[in-house]
Write a protein that binds this ligand. Sequence first.
Ligand code: ZN
Length: 281
Amino acid sequence: MFNIEESYLDSINHGQYKVIYNNLSPELKKHVKKRELKKIIKKYNSSNHILYSNFSINNIKHVVFISNNQKQGAYLAINNSNQIEGLFLTYLDAKDHAPTTSLKYYMPIDKQWTVFWGGNNKLVNYHYDIISQRYAYDLLIAHNGFTYLNEGRENDDFYAFNQNILAPLEGVVVDVRNNLPDNIPGNTDIEHPSGNYVIIRHTENEYSMIAHFKHNSICVSPGEKVDKNTIIGKCGNSGNSTEPHIHFQITDTPLPTNSCKSLKINFANLENPIRGSVVER
Ligand SMILES: [Zn+2]
């Protein structure tokens, strides 16, 4: 028997665009024309897939399938009425040659967190198309499939809010911003995408950046030495962030520069975490 995501994938593989269209959520239907969907589905010409990631959070199931030859992939977001809230069919990079960090890092947390975006393709990691952020992780905390208690209207409702953020390894702080307000959940500050952030130099070619700290919570300053157990601030909801979470990346130069490249992170205790992975340090 097919489960719902396999059944939708089967419809896509058989070009049954009407089945997919009829099962779009009312919100998505507003933005998609039937003939556009037909074109996209007919063009997606791949039949054998493996399940790559399956992750449920806040009543949405996020499923990624990759074709056997790894050239194509499908992402489906399905709500608890089995309607399709998101659909992305794409070709994937043939080979991914990005360098990995020379040092082994720790996730900058001291509890169990969940990877909301992260991994080595654009279906599991929305940062992927931005060279400077390609291998970044967005982390949040989930309990029983939810990132918040109550209604999730206030930052305090979210499990991640106000949690300790630690340095991912020893280094020297090179830049800090600490004065931006936390957004009301659902809103973002697109003028200041990183929000409050810390940048740490670990080697000449490896800099970590952690972003979206709580307003005025950062407790380290430029020039200060940190080690992997140093608490550097608290998780917040500043910058381009719709709910409390942190963004963690390693680049080859300190930001902000246009030429800086994101590095694949070599972790001390983790094996290639991707979207949906539950991680600890
Ligand atoms: Zn991010």
